[in-house]
Design a binder for this molecule. Structure first.
Ligand code: 5GP
Length: 190
């Protein structure tokens, strides 16, 4: 492989089946590689350093910010930082691989700005706020408080949808995945 690869960003508000979609894409496209982000949050049970994230202490993350090692980074409301490392992404792109990023809405908008036509941003949207609320309730993982926080955040995220290259309405999982796969195929072949 010699041609430089391109970047694909997948974004979905809470409950948007993003990780299922990401796994399926990685399975279906052998030239697609997952970009491992850095974060200052502690690992959750089962998460592996260097696979799920690079788990960094705050000082180390800040040093990387100073040394301009991130393509984009953000500090979330809870003080936790997340960032996409330049070196990882560039290395894979130069080898001709396509990169899949699982980052938040603002990160996606920043990546699009950086990569332009060499980047594809995909937004997986719930059919409506009511459907999203129902899906979150059905999971039985939320208290009224976390539900309300998630819904507020989702509403804000959905307001950014028109800044994405492609918006996919996740009414039915299989149909939504087919649309995502087609968009990725088109992008890879142009
Ligand atoms: P979690 O802590 O649940 O793994 O991720 C929380 C949020 O951080 C998710 O929306 C995820 O997409 C986002 N995120 C993960 N890595 C990055 C990154 O490198 N940059 C940005 N901007 N967001 C990220």
């Amino acid at each position: 492989m010699s041609k430089r690869g391109k970047v694909i960003v997948l974004v979905a508000p809470s409950g948007g089946a993003k990780s299922t979609m990401a796994k399926r894409l990685l399975n279906d496209f052998p030239d697609l590689r997952f970009s491992v982000s850095a974060t200052t949050r502690p690992p959750r049970k089962g998460e592996v350093d260097g696979e799920d994230y690079y788990f960094l202490p705050d000082e180390e993350f800040d040093k990387k910010i100073e040394e301009d090692e991130f393509l984009e980074w953000e500090e979330f409301y809870n003080g936790i930082k997340y960032g996409t490392l330049k070196s990882d992404v560039e290395k894979q792109l130069n080898k001709g691989y396509f990169i899949l990023l699982d980052i938040d809405v603002l990160g996606a908008v920043n990546i699009k700005e950086y990569f332009g036509s060499e980047g594809l941003t995909l937004f997986i949207s719930p059919p409506s706020m009511d459907v999203l609320e129902q899906r979150l309730r059905n999971r039985n993982t939320e208290t009224e408080e976390t539900l309300s926080t998630r819904l507020k955040r989702a509403k804000k995220e959905i307001s950014y949808a028109d800044r994405f290259d492609t918006v996919i309405i996740n009414d039915d999982l299989e149909t939504a995945y087919r649309e995502i796969k087609e968009a990725v195929e088109r992008f890879m072949n142009t």
